[in-house]
Design a protein around this ligand. Structure first.
Ligand SMILES: [Mn+2]
Length: 247
C-alpha cells in the first residue's frame, strides 16, 4: 500500500497545485489531507474548490473547526480572511469533515488522537519548537480512540516534517505543511520555521512490518502568494512564504 500525505495547506492553492502536479507522476492508492486547509490571507475559495472536486480524503484541523464554530466577529485575521471567501457549499463541506480517518493500517488526526490543537511530536521551549521527549510522545499517543493495529499514525498541525517511531513499533509521520513554512503562535509564544519555502508532503509505502517514508519538498512560484500576503498586511506570512524563515 502506498499513501500520499498532505497537511496544512492554509489556503495556498498554488502550493497545493504544485504538490498535486508532483504527485500525478507517482502511483498511490490513496491521498489524505490532515486539515487546516483554508485559513490564511491567501486563496481559501480556490483551495476549497480544488479539494472538494478531488478524490483526496480530508479531515478537519483546528482552523477548519473554527471556521464553522466561531462567530465571524470573533475570528482572527487568518480565519476571517478565509471565511469571507467561502460559500454555503464550502461551509457545508467543512462541517462534514471528520476529526480522524483510517485507511487500512493507517490512521490520521490533525494534532493528536485526542486533540486538534495539541502538538504530538514537538515541544515548545525557549520560544522555539523542538522534538518532544520520548515519554511525552508516547503519552500523547495514548487515547480512548483505538489506534488498534494501525502501524502508520499520521499527524499535522505543527508544519514540521518528521518521522518518530513509538515503542509499539508504529511510526508517527508528520508530512509538514503544503502551504506555510513558518509561523509564530502564542500560548506559549513561539516561532516555527522550516527554513526553506518549498511545499512539503510525504508518501509512505508499506514494506514488511514497517513503512518506507519519503518526504518531498516541491518548488513553486511563490510570487502570487507573497503578493497576496503583503496586500493583506501579513508581512510574517510573506516572509515565510518567500523564504521559509520568519523575518
Ligand atoms: Mn492546526
Amino acid at each position: 500500500m502506498r499513501i500520499a500525505i498532505l497537511s496544512d495547506i492554509h489556503g495556498n492553492a498554488d502550493a497545493l497545485a504544485a504538490v498535486l502536479d508532483d504527485l500525478s507522476g507517482r502511483s498511490v492508492d490513496a491521498t489524505v489531507c490532515l486539515g487546516d486547509h483554508l485559513s490564511g490571507p491567501l486563496e481559501a475559495r480556490r483551495t476549497a474548490d480544488m479539494l472538494m472536486t478531488s478524490s483526496i480524503a480530508c479531515i478537519a484541523g483546528n482552523h477548519d473547526r473554527a471556521l464553522v464554530t466561531t462567530p465571524r466577529s470573533d475570528m482572527g485575521a487568518s480565519d476571517g480572511h478565509a471565511y469571507d471567501q467561502l460559500s454555503g457549499a464550502h461551509i457545508a463541506w467543512l462541517k462534514g469533515l471528520p476529526a480522524s480517518l483510517s485507511v487500512g493500517p493507517v490512521i490520521a488526526w490533525h494534532g493528536t488522537p485526542t486533540s486538534d490543537v495539541e502538538y504530538w511530536l514537538e515541544t515548545v521551549e525557549g520560544g522555539r519548537m523542538r522534538l518532544a521527549d520520548r515519554d511525552l510522545v508516547e503519552a500523547r499517543a495514548h487515547s480512548p480512540v483505538a489506534i488498534g493495529s494501525s502501524s502508520l499514525l499520521l499527524c499535522g498541525h505543527t508544519h514540521m516534517p518528521r518521522i518518530v517511531r513509538l515503542k509499539s513499533g508504529a511510526v508517527v509521520v508528520n508530512p509538514g505543511s503544503v502551504g506555510l513554512q513558518g509561523y509564530t503562535d502564542d500560548a506559549p509564544l513561539h516561532v516555527m520555521q522550516v527554513g526553506a519555502p518549498e511545499a512539503r508532503y510525504a508518501v509512505a509505502e508499506k514494506r514488511y512490518a514497517g513503512w518506507a517514508v519519503v518526504h518531498y519538498a516541491v518548488p513553486y512560484d511563490t510570487a502570487n502568494v507573497v503578493r497576496l500576503a503583503r496586500e493583506a498586511g501579513r508581512l510574517e506570512w510573506a516572509a515565510a512564504l518567500e523564504s521559509g524563515w520568519i523575518a
